[in-house]
Design a protein around this ligand. Structure first.
Ligand SMILES: [Zn+2]
Length: 302
């Protein structure tokens, strides 16, 4: 089932209004919208006052419990007893997992932990929702584990997968999900006459990044000082162009038949995290720029 022809949110609103919540959704598209929508939809499903299509009522106990920012607990150290998932706010039946900060993949331990959680009786007596963010990073074992759960989904449980491109998931997983597709990243031309001057300058700098030594890289990040708002806008631009630049490299390398693109893909994901830090954590723009530039540089060192 796809919904490419309609506003993706309308489809979810219709699900809420009719009370027919499917056992799995796949939200895809560029930028932060899919993540925000997954969070919104999970909270709306849990909302005890759910009577309309307009999402969480923000007033009932369930909404209040699920209201805290989703980033509060970092997922890391899973092998050493760290959390495999977190709750959305303090809502006992809303689960969220994503690629741990110290891992390159979403692991099978995470999928199993989520499965154990949703196979237990609901704590609040209502629906359970598990969001699997970064679903494109599920390793093979984790993807197969997830597929088995989706084949026999627990009652009153909804899985929401989030991935930039639905094509990155197993077809067998995709076919079990209601597809909610936001537009994919717009294609921005990086290297022709119509390229914006500021973009072209950054692209030229990025083209030379492998030749930069550490102090020069740090010096580059140092430019993003000064007033936070202005510096943050500059770093956002750097991250956007950096992702496009990496995307171009990845596409070309894949076309040449290169299989091992993990370093580039990891750097791409790191830039996404940087953008998130900038938006949600009041991180220092200069530090975010430094992290982003190091990620790019690290990915293309031969
Ligand atoms: Zn509510």
């Amino acid at each position: 089932m796809t919904a490419l022809h309609q506003n993706p949110v309308t489809l979810l609103e219709n699900s809420l209004a009719s009370g027919r919540i499917h056992s799995a959704y796949l939200i895809s598209g560029a930028g932060e919208k899919p993540r925000e929508t997954a969070l919104w939809f999970a909270r709306a499903i849990a909302c005890a006052q759910r009577a309309t299509a307009h999402g969480p009522c923000e007033a009932c106990p369930a909404c209040r419990r699920a209201g805290a920012p989703v980033e509060e607990v970092a997922i890391e150290g899973i092998d050493k007893g760290g959390p495999a998932y977190r709750h959305i706010g303090e809502h006992a039946d809303l689960y969220w997992t994503e690629r741990a900060v110290d891992k390159t993949r979403v692991t099978v331990q995470q999928v199993r932990a989520i499965e154990r959680a949703v196979r237990r009786p609901s704590v609040e007596g209502g629906a359970r929702v598990a969001v699997i963010h970064d679903a494109e990073w599920l390793n093979v074992e984790a993807a197969n584990g997830l597929l088995r759960i989706l084949e026999e989904p627990p009652t009153d449980t909804t899985f929401i997968l989030v991935a930039p491109s639905p094509g990155s998931l197993l077809t067998t997983i995709r076919s079990r999900c209601i597809r909610v597709a936001f537009p994919a990243e717009e294609v921005v031309l990086l290297r022709d006459a119509s390229t914006d001057k500021a973009v072209a300058e950054l692209v030229a700098q990025l083209d030379g990044i492998s030749r930069l030594r550490l102090p020069e890289l740090i010096g580059w990040a140092e430019k993003y000082r000064g007033g936070r708002a202005q510096a943050a806008t500059g770093v956002e631009h750097l991250l956007d162009v950096g992702q496009l630049w990496l995307r171009e490299r990845i596409t070309l390398a894949a076309r040449e038949g290169r299989k091992d693109l993990n370093r580039e893909l990891d750097a791409f994901a790191t830039l996404g995290e940087c953008r998130r830090d900038l938006a949600t954590r009041n991180a220092q723009p200069r530090m975010v720029a430094e992290r982003g530039l190091f990620a790019i540089r690290g990915a293309i060192r031969s």
